[in-house]
Design a protein around this ligand. Structure first.
Ligand code: F6P
Length: 328
């Protein structure tokens, strides 16, 4: 087993609230094990450019409550090329770094897996950080809880104005390939409908559902739409529904967008990030590599990068069925 003395941590892909808490936990547990820790700026981009700096305990002070990522992040196109990865490897060797901790989502772990196939002498452990919560092998990823809370706060506010005007609102939340964020927002926000990529929905069923509610004197409604739903953009959906329904005074669209990615992490995300950051260092020291540290049934669970990105996370169909029933 390779002796690990110097590690580097980086964040990559879309930022997620709680990434800073994960960086903090990684750095503090690494120092506790007498390792040298480095921070790589802007994910794989920084690895290619060599923007790598030593981190001490004070560098991660006062960041646990901050959204975004102090290490910055990027979606690196250059790392998708063999030349980019070679350049990154050379920088890792130049800095005498023995192992890496990657905080991110699907794209981050795809990059990590390819890198490890080409350069197996640099073990990598991943920490799931994405508001999408779409990684197989962990019940929750860092940032999801905060993003749901942010979206629900927005929906609560929209509810006030929707109610006052008897309007139907379509609220788009993030999630290109997954509906976890939309489903949880819909349940917690008391929505009148939810459209997600995991389910084939159609306009007629949605119109029927909204009309049923209107018959029971429901004069306003809010439908949560995941950006990756199968029916088109939230504007297309609103237009199609408008052609078939007259019960509401007006139909409006609201896109929450990147608001969901920012803000101070919830206490749940801070604890999750601390547990996973701490656990990632332990995993490296135990000789694990090419794996994501996750949480399953409240216990640390290790999943290979391959599984984490290729297997689809079990969608809770019961929760979806319940959401549809409660929406009526
Ligand atoms: O993967 C996280 C995520 O926030 C998705 O929900 C969203 O579709 C995407 O990132 C947006 O990415 P970007 O900020 O690069 O436009």
């Amino acid at each position: 087993m390779k002796e690990i003395k110097r590690i580097a941590v980086f964040t990559s892909g879309g930022d997620a609230p709680g990434m800073n808490a994960a960086i903090r936990a990684t750095v503090r547990n690494a120092l506790n094990n007498d390792l040298h820790v480095y921070g790589i700026h802007r994910g794989y981009e920084g690895m290619i450019d060599g923007t790598i700096k030593r981190l001490e305990t004070s560098d991660v002070s006062n960041i646990i409550h901050r959204g975004g990522t102090v290490l910055k992040t990027a979606r690196s196109k250059r790392f998708m090329t063999p030349e980019g990865r070679r350049q990154a490897y050379e920088n890792i060797i130049l800095h005498d770094i023995d192992a890496l901790i990657a905080i991110g989502g699907n794209g981050t772990f795809t990059g990590a897996m390819t890198f490890m196939q080409e350069y197996p002498d640099v073990p990598i452990i991943g920490i799931p950080g994405t508001i999408d919560n779409d990684l197989f092998g962990t019940d929750f990823s860092i940032g999801f809880d905060t993003a749901v809370n942010t979206a629900v706060q927005a929906v609560d506010k929209i509810r006030d104005t929707a109610d006052s005007h008897n309007r139907l609102f379509f609220v788009e939340v993030m999630g290109r390939h997954s509906g976890f964020l939309a489903l949880h927002t819909a349940i917690a926000g008391g929505a009148g409908g939810v459209l997600i990529p995991e389910e084939d929905s159609n306009i007629d069923d949605l119109v029927k559902l909204l009309k049923r509610g209107a018959k029971r004197a429901k004069l306003f409604s809010i439908v949560i739409v995941a950006e990756g739903n199968h029916m088109g953009t939230v504007y297309d959906i609103a237009r199609l529904v408008e052609e078939k329904i007259e019960v509401f005074d007006d139909i409006k669209v609201s896109v929450i967008g990147h608001l969901q990615r920012g803000g101070s992490p919830s206490s749940f995300d801070r604890v999750l990030a601390s547990v996973l950051g701490f656990g990632a260092v332990e995993a490296l020291l135990e000789g694990k590599a090419g794996m994501m540290v996750g949480l399953r049934n409240n216990r640390i669970h290790h999943t290979t990068f391959d599984e984490a990105i290729s297997k689809s996370k079990q969608f809770n169909k019961e929760l979806l069925r319940m959401a549809h029933i409660l929406a009526q």
